[in-house]
Design a protein around this ligand. Structure first.
Ligand code: SF4
Length: 311
């Protein structure tokens, strides 16, 4: 499989927009969660009402319009697995994309995957790959950061084995911040602790956010604990320097800088930077987001709907 780092991102004209040829379609199922992470930008003052019929209609239209550009479907929340319509939506996605399957990634905190029936249902669904968020290898510190009944290593390993046996891949996702994995030693400990429990581990900097509608305490938290770009670069570069880089790409989306390496045999991706306000979103579409109310937006704004511009 071509890795995130190896993909070539270009933009092509479509309607009045320049659209990425490797579009990620984010499918935001809901904004509820069974954890309460201190940094969760999905925690908002108000949110879109779910409308399953409209969501289905918009999903089908979106696939019809962008089928040549969509690279992956990324299921997000909140926590998508707690959505009462979770499996209904997976089945619907499968029925729409049946003849032209699109690589589908589920992003989850993994808590509900403890349940064997639930796990097996996901493992036999349209999902190809699962991204599980575990912030820290120390269970107590992870509980402190995620404030939920988070997975321990043994549980993660069992979940990984089931997905692996069903031909699916598992990636661990974590944030690097002033109070989490901010030294080379800590990052190495995390990697070595979870080695054998996943296919790949991705480290992403916690980003200072001022996002529309996000709760004020989350904004304050991200400003307090986000490391500077220089600190992140120094930290990630030290890992690359020590273990050697497999691949790097400063052109993903034209601005995100990724590094890829193996640490003691474990595949690792370092995301140096986040997508920032580099695009005029009235002209350029780097990613699309389908909200639970059926609005299709190219921004983190569930009130915006650009679907009509393409029909
Ligand atoms: S697991 Fe994800 S959605 Fe849930 S609280 Fe944490 S960051 Fe938010």
């Amino acid at each position: 499989m071509v890795s995130e780092v190896e993909k070539k991102f270009e933009f092509k004209n479509k309607g009045e927009y320049l659209v990425s040829n490797k579009l990620f379609l984010d499918l935001i199922f809901n904004n509820k969660c069974n954890c309460d992470c201190r940094f969760c930008i999905a925690k908002t003052k108000s949110y879109a009402n779910s409308n399953l019929d409209r969501w289905k209609e918009s999903f089908k239209k979106t696939i019809d319009i962008f089928k040549d550009e969509i690279d992956s479907l990324i299921i997000l929340g909140g926590e998508a697995t707690v959505d009462p319509d979770f499996f209904l939506k997976l089945d619907y996605m499968d029925s729409v994309t049946k003849n032209n399957h699109i690589f589908t990634i589920l992003t989850t905190n993994g808590c509900l995957l403890r349940n064997e029936t639930f796990l097996n249902k996901v493992a036999s669904s349209t999902v190809d790959s699962v991204n599980i968020s575990i912030m820290n290898h120390n269970l107590e510190h992870n509980k402190y950061l995620m404030r939920g009944n988070v997975l321990n290593r043994d549980e993660l390993k069992k979940i990984y084995e089931v997905f692996h046996n069903n031909g699916k891949t598992v990636r661990l996702n974590t944030n690097v911040a002033k109070n989490n994995l901010c030294t080379l030693e800590e990052i190495e400990e995390y990697i070595n602790y979870f080695k054998g429990c996943c296919d790949v581990i991705k480290f992403t900097p916690l980003m200072k956010t001022d996002m529309f509608n996000t709760e004020d305490d989350i904004l304050t938290y991200t400003h307090e604990y986000a490391m500077s770009k220089e600190e992140i670069k120094k930290l990630f570069d030290s890992l690359v320097y020590k273990y050697g880089s497999k691949n790097s790409n400063s052109k993903v989306f034209g601005l995100i800088n990724y590094g890829e390496l193996f640490v003691n045999g474990q595949h690792v991706i370092l995301k140096y930077e986040q997508v920032e306000d580099m695009y005029d979103l009235n002209r350029v579409i780097p990613t699309l987001k389908l909200y639970p109310n059926g609005n299709l937006s190219n921004e983190w704004d569930y009130n915006k709907n650009i679907l009509d511009k393409f029909i």
